[in-house]
Design a protein around this ligand. Structure first.
Ligand code: DLL
Length: 433
């Protein structure tokens, strides 16, 4: 099932035509309506008329998170304040949050792209969506809500937290689709087990998991625990929220709704645009948004693009699973490592759970990495010697897989903190400034 065949199955030529028309229009629109963009374009000497072919997008300057912060709260809006009907913000853990404003048309587009996401997961009007993304300024809750309503599903707006209640609702209301972060899904599955339920007692068929990095290994784990299709949903506040890209049941990359968002991949150091298939930083341009159109936003998320037609029949460009962010990369004793590489290596070992934490410290001039990871109850041993042997075995395995020497500390099941939203996996205690 495809939600919107017209736009999800376009041939290449029509797609390029659509992109160029929409790009020209949005560039003119921001030039005339957002003083930030007028100044930016004037500074580099580009006028809207200079966009004659798609490649001309490369003439336009990038927009960064700092630019959006400086525009706090509303200076990036392209329409009068009274046309803005909803506002969301990023979590803003460092500094001011970035604000995202939506007109009615923008909210309709958001509902449209999430309708596509739900359809990609095999969902429709018969489904009961347990939406545990947070409702509020975070985009997760409302975004999924609008899409769920548009496909005619029943949405349970339970939001994040109160895990006991989540389990009750999942069992009693027979939820069929679960939407939350992958780390919270893991916690929910543990809680289910603790309450004495198995996957047979629930009615879930799919999960739309996103808002944080996760791996194929984690997918397998979640699919086994719930007996569902665990699918990846991607998005970010600055561009719109969840639903910018979504995996279908083929599970081979996330389809970008490219009739609304134009993606590019750049080398984060040279800022050059890379070829399809090459891995780099995702840059997104909103080509239909009214309230707060964004030109060439540097997401800092690392991925690559694949334009081949998918087995599902959709022709939309697919991005690979995000493997990290340019600012997530850890440099340890000179070696570049992403937390996702550690997660993948860990989850290849039987008896470990995806509950882990990476702690980086510096002793003298030497970086040390400790990985705390929970074992399954069966594996956890009271015998110190046995535990130590296992820890050494895991450390050797990680060294072999990713060439990084680490100290492993196995901890008892259910002792690391759980998260209801985005999990914090890394604590970097080095003072690197
Ligand atoms: O996390 C929007 C969202 C809500 C996406 C619900 C999916 C589901 P922000 O809080 O602005 O928005 O965070 C955006 O989260 O730049 C990525 O680094 C990360 N992220 C989002 N989805 C994924 C994913 C929402 N599927 C930032 N895989 C992005 C990896 C993701 N990272």
């Amino acid at each position: 099932m495809i939600w919107n065949e017209k736009y999800e199955c376009m041939d290449n030529k029509s797609k390029k035509g659509l992109h160029l028309r929409r790009l020209k229009k949005i560039v003119k629109f921001v030039y005339e309506n957002v003083s930030f963009y007028k100044k930016r374009f004037d500074d580099v000497g580009v006028k809207p008329e200079d966009i004659q072919e798609l490649k001309d997008i490369e003439k336009l300057p990038f927009t960064s998170k700092t630019d959006l912060r400086e525009a706090y709260p509303f200076a990036m809006f392209a329409v009068d304040d009274d046309e803005i009907i909803e506002i969301h913000t990023s979590s803003g853990t460092t500094g001011k949050p970035t604000v995202s404003g939506y007109t009615e048309k923008d909210i309709n587009i958001w509902a449209e792209i999430i309708s596509r996401s739900i359809t990609m997961a095999g969902g429709g009007n018969k489904d009961i969506i347990q939406n545990c993304y947070g409702y509020g300024l975070f985009t997760g809750g409302f975004g999924v809500h609008y899409g769920g309503i548009k496909v005619g599903a029943t949405v349970i707006p339970i939001s994040a937290g109160n895990t006991k209640r989540q389990i009750e609702v999942m069992v009693d209301f027979k939820s069929t689709i679960l939407t939350c972060t992958p780390s919270y899904a893991l916690y929910l599955s543990e809680f289910l087990e603790k309450e004495g339920y198995s996957s047979k007692d629930i009615n879930l068929k799919a999960g739309l998991f996103g808002a944080e990095m996760w791996t194929e290994e984690m997918r397998k784990d979640l699919e086994n625990r719930f007996n569902i299709h665990a699918l990846n949903i991607y998005g970010l506040t600055e561009i719109m929220g969840p639903g910018i890209a979504q995996e279908c049941l083929v599970k081979d990359g996330l389809h970008i709704s490219e009739d609304h968002f134009y993606p590019e991949i750049i080398d984060p150091d040279t800022l050059e645009v890379l070829e399809d298939g090459e891995k780099g930083e995702l840059v997104l341009t909103t080509i239909t948004r009214e309230g707060m159109p964004i030109i060439r936003f540097r997401t800092h998320d690392l991925t690559s693009l694949n334009r081949e037609k998918c087995e599902c029949g959709r022709t939309t460009v697919r991005m690979s699973r995000i493997t990290g962010r340019t600012d997530d990369m850890l440099k340890i004793r000179g070696v570049m490592i992403f937390p996702s590489q550690i997660e993948r290596a860990l989850l290849k070992i039987d008896g470990l759970t995806p509950n882990y934490q990476i702690v980086v410290t510096r002793e003298g001039n030497l970086d040390e990495v400790e990985i705390k990871v929970e074992t399954t109850p069966k594996v956890f041993s009271d015998k110190i010697k046995e535990l130590e042997e296992l820890e050494n075995k895991i450390a050797k395995h990680i060294h072999k897989e990713i060439n990084l020497r680490v100290n492993v500390r196995l901890v008892e099941p259910n002792t690391l903190p759980r998260s209801e939203g985005k999990a914090v996996r890394v604590t970097d205690e080095r003072n690197l400034n």
